[in-house]
Design a protein around this ligand. Structure first.
Ligand SMILES: [Zn+2]
Length: 374
């Protein structure tokens, strides 16, 4: 079985590229967007709906699944694919993001991280090896090494220590993963925020260890946009051509386009799904807040240019009514639209690169965004 990455085409005018990540559960065309299915489900949708929308890869959260229903339970039921009945590729995060953000008292030591469950305060200790074992047992196609990131801004001294810990853990993760996985991949994460010396050191360390894919972690936490994009650009120059590059947790379409232009291949974010449940819809003209009174009698679809199930069948007035009445269907229909919007943009990006039309597409998408929809 081929578990690698192929670059299919490159944009002559930028670093954008299209490619294929090969996994044991099918290929993932890049640039790709992985919808977030924290608990093993994209909230509000069935897997069939998610597949119909064109997703080939879901991100599931090791941390949540580790706490409930538990790794042994899932492994006993045949792993995540069997347990959830999702047939395509699964990427699990290391759990680090949840540990550091949901458990403010998490204590990081050389051996690993000690934290209290956000559910009941139970004390848990996880080493980098434990985090690899958890994802191996879950049967993830793409496993992520445990990293250590700090909120922005952090002192240089602390950030330097976090980079060193991340490198140490990456090395241990890689050693532990070696020879254990049939059909599973391990990706490494680099840190260092927008401090280029630290980011560069982190990337060099992670590259020396060697992984199946490379992620930029600890970005999108409030850094100035110019520094963030500069970091993405410089990082992509250091990363090898023949491995996929993953920008973790970045979700605004404008940022995604900038990152694709600089050479990133994979993205994930809760933005389209969480916003859908909160009644904020993304359209080709900009954001639409469905609860707004002005939509109460509006017969138009959310987005007149959208071919999704929601837009083909329902008016803004009906969707506003469902949202306002807190009907479950509101979350379903809104999520279908927002995910369609995201996955469609990625489809367009992938098509534009071999046709040398990426720059035109980017300009078109950004130019049509309005502050306030009519
Ligand atoms: Zn739609």
């Amino acid at each position: 079985m081929k578990l690698s990455f192929d670059v299919l085409s490159k944009d002559p005018g930028s670093s954008a590229r299209s490619g294929l990540i090969h996994t044991a559960h099918g290929p993932v065309e890049t640039p790709a967007f992985a919808p977030v299915a924290s608990q093993g489900t994209v909230k509000g949708l069935t897997h069939a709906q998610v597949e119909d929308l064109g997703a080939n890869l879901l991100l599931m959260n090791s941390y949540h699944l580790y706490l409930r229903p538990g790794v042994e339970t899932i492994a006993g039921l045949g792993g995540l694919h069997a347990f959830t009945s999702w047939r395509k590729a699964i990427l699990t995060d290391s759990g680090g993001f949840q540990i550091y953000s949901l458990s403010p008292l998490a204590k990081v030591k050389t051996e690993g991280v000690r934290f209290a469950s956000h559910l009941d305060g139970t004390k848990v200790f996880l080493s980098p090896e434990d985090v690899v074992d958890i994802q191996l047992k879950l049967g993830s196609d793409i496993c992520m090494a445990l990293d250590y990131f700090l909120p922005y801004p952090a002192s240089r001294e602390k950030m330097k220590a976090a980079v060193e810990t991340t490198s140490l853990w990456a090395r241990r993760s890689r050693l532990h993963f070696e020879g254990r996985a049939a059909g599973q991949q391990l990706w490494g994460i680099n840190q260092g925020s927008v401090d280029w010396d630290l980011r560069q050191k982190s990337i060099e360390d992670i590259l020396e260890i060697g992984f199946d894919g490379y992620a930029l972690g600890g970005l999108g936490l409030g850094e100035p946009k110019s520094e963030l994009l500069e970091t993405v650009e410089r990082s992509c120059r250091l990363l090898p051509e023949d491995k996929p590059r993953y920008l973790m947790g970045m979700g605004y379409v404008a940022d995604i386009l900038e990152a694709v232009e600089r050479g990133m291949d994979l993205f994930d974010c809760v933005l389209p799904t969480r916003n859908a449940r909160n009644g904020t819809l993304f359209t080709s003209r900009g954001k639409l807040v469905i609860n707004n009174q002005k939509y109460a009698r509006d017969p138009r679809p959310l987005d007149e240019g959208c071919a999704c199930f929601t837009c083909r069948n329902f008016s803004r007035a009906y969707l506003r009514h469902l949202y306002e009445r807190q009907e479950i269907t509101a979350a379903v229909l809104n999520t279908i639209h927002n995910l369609h919007y995201y996955l469609d943009i990625f489809r367009e990006i992938r098509q534009s690169i071999p046709l040398r039309l990426f720059a035109d597409l980017k300009r078109k998408i950004l130019a049509n965004q309005e502050e306030e929809l009519p």
